[in-house]
Design a protein around this ligand. Structure first.
Ligand code: DMJ
Length: 454
């Protein structure tokens, strides 16, 4: 016979359970709020030092306290990349200064060859998302001017874009590119078409992704590099790492943002193949390695900081089981030396390339997983990563990349994506969900949110 609990004891127990649950929950929320405030303070440390030592230039070199311009003259990479983060964090006067600088000083009429992919994801993406957040038409004009100047990049025999295009003359160079650079343009060019009513941007970028997909192997995999003039693969290594990564990301996201069914079909044809040939069940853990695109034979057991975007993409596409398992592997990689390396051999658990460029991907996935599961484990993960990030990468004048995750020696580098992405994803992980309604936006690969309005 079950033990009889006295009514008052039962009531007290129920009240205690309610109180623990209630207080526990709000304590968690308070902790998260404090963490969000800490992230904001540290972001400001990085931004203030950019303002102080590199104002008007592309990027801050945080150890020498000097400025760096990618092409010898500034395209305001950091202010454009950081503007929507400043807005989301309600750093109003900083955002205003950045916006004034951009509208008064940014000019694309320059005789320089720029990387079509980097300029698209950082500048075109940044201008478009800040235009949506502020309604400032001058940002859209800048985006359209930039889009016009990038268009000649697509003038190849295949329609795949050249790596570099001259912003003034439209001349192009460097025909050997990769799927990330040919297939990570449609969110930005597509949004530009929607805003301007000019289909040409959508069409060119869509053609580039379709032409990449069409050249997949019989197995359905793409390789690491391709010649835009001949359409032939020049490296047949297949993986989800740098050079291919965001090609997959945009197949799914272009379906979500534009409802483009071709993109969904290309995603559906690609992802089972990626899971079949690249996923590696290693000692009950899930990793993604490398394989030859023609044979499917494994070529390498490496995974790294860039690959760590994939749990987020898996979660976004509904595959939470793989997403959670792969995120656990990414976190294991992070904890091996208390900060993640650029490349790891996951079979031997040893570092292959030891730099840490302050990359955002692992934080991005943590944020996505927290959004989809609500599991506090992901905020704890994020907290551990943020503590390590501050401990090893904070410098007197900004945040510094690491030359080596084992020695933790700092490098004189703080790329614009640190402000566009890494801090933004840390912040969104801890901030209240109202800060940015996840389901209402699609982030481009540089963490610029584009509203789902089409
Ligand atoms: C960013 O510029 C983008 O996230 C890109 O897709 C990959 N590399 C960096 C960040 O690591």
């Amino acid at each position: 016979m079950p033990e009889r609990i006295a009514p008052t004891a039962f009531l007290l127990a129920a009240l205690a359970a309610f109180a623990t649950h209630g207080c526990g929950k709000s304590r968690q929320d308070q902790d998260a709020q404090q963490l969000a405030a800490r992230v904001r303070t540290e972001f400001l440390h990085a931004w203030n030092n950019y303002e102080r030592y590199a104002w008007g230039h592309d990027a801050l070199r945080p150890l020498s306290k000097t400025a760096h311009d990618w092409y010898g003259q500034s395209l305001l990479m950091t202010p454009v990349d950081a503007l929507d983060t400043l807005i989301l964090m309600h750093l109003d006067s900083e955002a205003e200064r950045a916006r004034s600088l951009i509208v008064s000083d940014l000019s694309f009429d320059r005789d320089i060859y720029v990387k079509n992919f980097e300029i698209t994801i950082r500048l075109l993406g940044g201008l478009l998302s800040s235009y949506q957040l502020t309604g400032d038409k001058r940002l859209l004009s800048l985006a359209e001017d930039l889009g016009n100047r990038l268009l000649p990049a697509f003038n190849s025999p295949t329609g795949l874009p050249y790596v570099f295009v001259n912003l003034r003359t439209g001349q192009t160079r460097d025909p050997v590119t990769n799927p990330a650079e040919t297939g990570t343009l449609l969110l930005e060019f597509g949004a530009l078409s929607k805003f301007t009513g000019r289909p040409v941007f959508y069409e060119k970028a869509k053609c580039a992704v379709v032409e990449t997909f069409k050249r997949r192997s019989l197995l359905g995999l793409v390789g690491e590099s391709i010649n835009v003039e001949t359409g032939a693969w020049t490296n047949t290594d297949s993986h989800i790492s740098g050079g291919i990564d965001s090609y997959y990301e945009y197949l799914w996201k272009c379906w979500l943002l534009f409802g483009d069914k071709d993109c969904r079909e290309m995603w559906e044809a690609s992802i089972p193949v990626v899971n079949k040939y690249l996923a590696d069940e290693s000692d009950a853990e899930l990793w993604y390695g490398h394989a030859d695109m023609q044979t499917g034979k494994q070529t390498n057991t490496t995974y790294g900081a860039l690959d760590a975007f994939f749990p987020g993409l898996l979660a976004l596409s509904g595959d939470l089981t793989r997403a959670r398992r792969l995120q656990a592997s990414s976190f294991k990689m992070w904890n091996l030396h208390g900060i993640e390396p650029e490349t790891l051999d996951y079979k031997k658990m040893c570092v292959v390339a030891g730099r840490y460029h302050l990359r955002p991907e692992i934080v991005e996935s943590t944020y996505y997983l927290y959004h989809y599961t609500g599991d506090p484990e992901y905020r704890h993960m994020g907290e551990k990563m943020f503590d390590d990030f501050v401990k090893y990468c904070r410098a007197d004048s900004g945040y510094a990349a690491l030359a080596d995750v084992v020695t933790k020696q700092q490098l004189d580098e703080m790329q614009s994506f640190v402000l566009a992405e890494t801090f933004k994803y840390f912040y969104l992980l801890f901030a209240s969900p109202e800060t940015l309604q996840f389901d209402k936006v699609i982030f481009n690969t540089e963490a610029h949110p584009l509203k789902r309005m089409w």
